[in-house]
Design a protein around this ligand. Structure first.
Ligand code: NI
Ligand code: MN
Length: 228
């Protein structure tokens, strides 16, 4: 499984030769100016909720790549009106088997509205289960106790958790979340993009280390092999 970071909460992960792009927000990300989005050609785009910092490039990348967008019912309906053709709607608690593996749409403690103010359904996160490994992409969320269910549903090899505070949980709560989901390998997201979510990266990594966990903070454009 190979992962590439495009900044904020946007990752590309290759599973079973399929490219999955999570929460595309690149062209409007002030930190991702050197990424050329015309080169991004995923097979699937997974959108956790409707906020612009998770969806702003979804329609463009879907149209240029012919990717299928996976998200909640309201977001998919909104994208359909924008002319996106390949769409798969889900809702909280639902699971579906795709050609790369299973996707379970899990709840998140967050809000969801579209960039134009339309209703964005319920904010969620994704549990991905595949022959190459399992992981949790939390989306934007505060800490919630139901995350304990995730560790009961499946063994999680790694998780992308928000750590930037203010709009989501902070690193201290992300450490508790990693206990809830029974996973010691965390990839941080949703930090440093905006002034309200600036973190001290070294201090944050030390916090995770002290808790016996690994926090991976990728630079924008970085690629990493996971679970070889
Ligand atoms: Ni959000
Ligand atoms: Mn956000």
């Amino acid at each position: 499984m190979r992962i590439k970071y495009y900044g904020h909460s946007c990752f590309e992960i290759i599973i079973n030769n399929k490219k999955l792009l999570f929460d595309p927000f690149i062209s409007e990300n002030p930190l991702a100016k050197n990424i050329d989005i015309s080169q991004i050609m995923p097979d699937y785009i997974l959108v956790s909720h409707g906020h612009a910092d998770h969806i702003s490039d979804a329609a463009k990348i879907a149209n240029q790549s012919d990717a299928t967008v996976i998200s909640n019912f309201e977001i998919i309906s909104w994208l359909r009106k924008k002319g996106v053709k390949k769409l798969h709607e889900m809702n909280i608690g639902g699971k579906f088997t795709f050609d790369f593996g299973n996707v379970k749409f899990f709840n998140a403690a967050h809000s969801s509205s579209m960039p134009d103010g339309a209703h964005g359904g319920s904010a969620g996160g994704f549990l991905i289960q595949s022959s190459e490994g399992n992981f949790y992409f939390a989306g934007d969320t505060g800490l919630f106790y139901d995350m304990k269910l995730i560790g009961e549903f499946m063994s999680i090899d790694f998780a992308m958790l928000p750590i930037g505070n203010n709009f989501t949980m902070d690193a201290d709560n992300a450490i508790i979340a990693s206990n809830f989901i029974n996973c010691d390998k965390i990839i941080g997201m949703h930090y440093d993009t905006f002034p309200q979510i600036t973190i001290d990266k070294i201090e944050t990594k030390v916090k995770f280390q002290r808790a016996g966990k690994e926090l991976i903070l990728l630079n924008i454009g970085d690629e990493l092999n996971l679970l070889n």
